[in-house]
Design a protein around this ligand. Structure first.
Ligand code: TRP
Length: 327
């Protein structure tokens, strides 16, 4: 049995990429493991957020976790700001971090570049807070997309640094990358990752998109002109991306897909991809609608925060003693 922790920021609408790359795996792991899944709202405020929107997206994200199959009897679902140990340990991990290593993070560089001369210091201190999220639970495995590799490396470095300086307090966590479908690309620029913050909404399938919109977006996805359904990421990034999506939602191999579409054109293929995506997302959307208004959602989150806190407090006590932060 492993301890598993992961988090998603409530800072935009979730995409098909988030589902296939992360969310879908979360519920697969809840049997036989001790899982903590977190709505990381304190990470979201490292860039400006509109308060009412942040509140709404926090609830929405929690409902999506549940709609995607997370069972609160098996896994612990909670909101980061309701477990104060995250920022408390986050501060301590910040004191152990070097400005140089934080400035090297590509996510920091990308986000900082968009903020002109007013770069929030929280953007720089993001990785030590993420390390705290993970280390509080003595986590073994962190299922995330491959864009989080650097953050996971710094998490491990910080944990090792702490253990070396103050004694063995933290378990050193490993990253768990998904297999197929981890990297869903933009439908319009298939060499770029599908992003929840893409300005072009036709480039992204959102989890809560209406079926007819999903169909439209997939039909209009960028491809090439040779009309052959063949996997070749370099030469045919658009078709390869659609094949990845199709493979991920149907469990078919690329070879099987190539064989099945050998004498069919892109039109037929796109229609089938769209249908397959809709048949995966529609039941999730129905459960989401049931959950979002239900009082049960609040009960689940309240209990989740209690459970998470009980676990986090044990580690945090050890940290305080290890570093002498007590009377
Ligand atoms: N940094 C992650 C992202 O941008 C979100 C995150 C915050 C996270 N804390 C975490 C992911 C802890 C896994 C574990 O996607």
């Amino acid at each position: 049995m492993s301890i598993i922790f992961s988090g998603i920021q409530p800072s935009g609408e979730l995409t098909l990429g988030n589902y296939l790359g992360a969310l879908r795996n979360f519920s697969k792991m809840q049997d036989g493991n001790e899982c903590y899944y977190c709505v990381v709202n304190q990470h979201a405020i490292t860039v400006p957020q509109e308060p009412a929107m942040l509140h709404e997206r926090t609830r929405q994200l929690a409902a999506i976790y549940l709609a995607a199959g997370l069972d609160p009897q098996k896994a612990t679902l909670f909101v980061q700001s309701e477990v104060p140990e995250h920022v408390q340990l986050g501060w301590i991990m910040t004191t152990l971090s070097y400005v140089g290593e934080l400035e090297r993070m590509t996510q920091y560089k990308d986000k900082a570049a968009k903020r002109g001369d007013s770069i929030p210091a929280g953007l720089l201190a993001y990785p030590p807070l993420m390390a705290a999220d993970i280390l509080l639970y003595q986590t073994n495995l962190v299922p995330v997309g491959d864009d989080q590799k650097q953050h996971m490396e710094i998490t491990r470095d910080l944990a090792q640094r702490f253990n070396r300086l103050y004694g063995e307090v933290f378990t050193i966590p490993d990253i768990l990358l998904g297999q197929d479908g981890t990297r869903v690309m933009s439908l319009q620029e298939p060499t770029k990752k599908m992003s929840k913050s893409d300005e072009n909404r036709t480039a992204t399938v959102y989890l809560l998109d209406a079926p007819k919109d999903i169909e439209k977006k997939i039909k209009r996805a960028q491809t090439d002109s040779d009309n052959a359904v063949r996997y070749d990421v370099q030469a045919k990034p658009g078709i390869s991306n659609l094949m990845d999506i199709f493979a991920a939602v149907t469990d078919k191999s690329h070879e099987t897909i190539e064989r099945e579409y050998a004498d069919k054109g892109y039109g037929t293929f796109k229609k089938d991809v769209a249908d397959a995506v809709v048949s995966v997302l529609e039941p999730i959307q129905q459960r989401y609608e049931e959950m979002i208004g239900a009082p049960e959602l609040d009960e689940i989150l309240t209990q989740g925060a209690e459970k998470a806190r009980a676990k986090a407090a044990v580690t945090y006590e050890k940290v305080l003693h290890a570093i002498g932060l007590y009377r």
